[in-house]
Design a protein around this ligand. Sequence first.
Ligand code: C2E
Ligand code: CA
Ligand code: CA
Length: 642
Amino acid sequence: MTVPQVDAADILLEEEALRRADALLLQQEVAKAIHPIIARALTPLATYFGGIIIVYYFLETTGGFLVMSLLSAITAALLLMAEHRWLADYRSIRQLEAASAVVGLLIYANILAFLHFHPEPARLSYFILSMMSVVTVGATLRVVIGGAVLSLSTMLWMAYGLGPDIFEQYAMLGIACAFVAFGMVLLMRNAIGRAVKARILADALRGKAQEQAHKDALTDLPNRRRFFIELEALLEPEANSGPFYMGIIDLDGFKPVNDLYGHAVGDELLIQVGERLRSIFVQEHMVARLGGDEFSLLITRPITDAALLALGRRAIESLRRPFRVGDRDVTISGSGGFAQFPRNGRTASEIYERADHALYSAKSHRRGDIVIFDDRHEADIGNMGRVEQVLRITDLNRELSVVFQPQVDVVARRTVGFEALARWDSSRLGKVAPDIFIAAAERSGLIEMVTETLLRKTLGAMADLPSDIRVAFNLSACDLVSERSIANICSIVRESGIEPGRLEFEITETAMMTDFERARQALTTLSEMGCRIALDDFGSGYSSFGYIHRFPLNKIKTDRGFVSQLGDGAIGHNIIRAMVDLCRNLDLDCLVEGVETVGQMEAAQAAGARYVQGYYFGRPMPVAEVLEYLSAEDDRVERRVS
Ligand code: C2E
Ligand code: CA
Ligand code: CA
């Protein structure tokens, strides 16, 4: 990982700036706390100045009545205005400072005017009152000190004119009062300052805790919780959201990296994936980590489906570039599903489910691609629910059956085995395709029963087949991760009396990768019993050749997709040749699946494949037809293998 270069001087400058910002914040917060104290002091002061006019009216004997009562009236009016207008709300520290300075000056002016008309020594002490008031209402230290100095120095200057005795008395009084006033004010401000500091700290801590609770600790991206809060917020009627997309991107091939290289490498990989996604979706509303190897997106700017697909594919492309983790390059990929508000749903769970379904569809049909939820998927969801419901109440033993598709050894020119494929002819739904009802059984927890039923039927059929014919049986990912299910499978095989070497279990990469360690244990158990293991649909997922040798495999079946590309020139051909070579190196059988035409058959042979399966040799057939097929075999296979 590269660490950005930072100058020490930069750090110091930054710290200084932070300290200054903190000091400013503290000053402002203290001012906010003092604001109501100052504002509330103004009405009593105004009342005093209003009341004093009446006193002047009755008692004033000098010619100062007019001047003094006018000044008092102005002061009272200004104080009321200040409280109810200018200081009604806290606006800024400067405004508060200016207001408190004006209040101080008004009080000072009133006393000055009074003393002008009543220059008796005893009344000099009024300046002490002026100082006390200013010290109490002064918003800042500047005002407090300025006001106090002005009042005291005027008092001392006047006292000086009245002779040294009086000057000395007032000097002592002034100093004592100044101490008392400043002491009081310091105590008060200190208490306020400390309370404010504690509040600022608590606010900051609360903010930080909230931020942490909403952040994924590993990638620094918003976490699942934050993501759903944001999604819910977008769905609030007040948010007035236009159409927006929610996406889920799930990594393909992350689990083996984690399992093979350890969690530290896995963690670092996730961090880098987060960075790449963030850099691609830099303009978008949110990129979050939902957990594990699942990331999510909110795209709120106006965007067409086509532009979204292009953007999503760019992200997938970027994930395909190797990641440098420590001293190794790691390659993974990703698939993504998107759903749109309001087209595909109006609540968070509807939209999430739809995006998740689109992702599921990408994973099962278009791995390594982006899928946007559409009407077909909506129909799927409806059907899936129905299939699950019906499956639950179905007599599996009566409605499920097994058909057999030949697997041919093109070198020995004979059929060496069959793949057992499940069929469901439902009394309620009609014929349901196996990938549909197997997935439904997996979701609804019925897969163990389904597998058991199919396995018993397959073993029953095998008893009627020649002993040199093998049968391949498909296992689901759920079978592999359940110890109980594997134990059950073993005991069914033992009970059947069928020689375990005739039975081959087919598993997909996805099944193997769901839980690497458990899958490995399960396969080891089956293989120790004497059964063979084939890796199915090889090449459709995140085919990492690196982990194959960690499983007790006997065979690899290439994904049907490569055969259909055989006609399109060299691509499929090269891939199949690479897989054939790989199998030869690892001492594994290689079967090319999905051969339909003579051209594909020839291409598979040219690539060096020995075993072939596909409609070209035979479609899946009921066991009754298998014997017939085998007896007519010599002739047919001879004709078909050139
Ligand atoms: P799969 O294991 O890859 O099975 C091969 C599928 O390819 C079968 O479809 C087969 O009929 C079809 N196929 C064979 N040759 C050709 C060909 O030349 N061209 C084309 N286009 N297709 C060909 P099927 O029987 O519909 O099964 C679909 C999937 O359902 C299977 O894929 C497997 O994943 C799952 N499945 C079927 N039976 C079982 C089962 O008993 N248990 C489990 N867990 N899954 C099963
Ligand atoms: Ca299969
Ligand atoms: Ca297959």
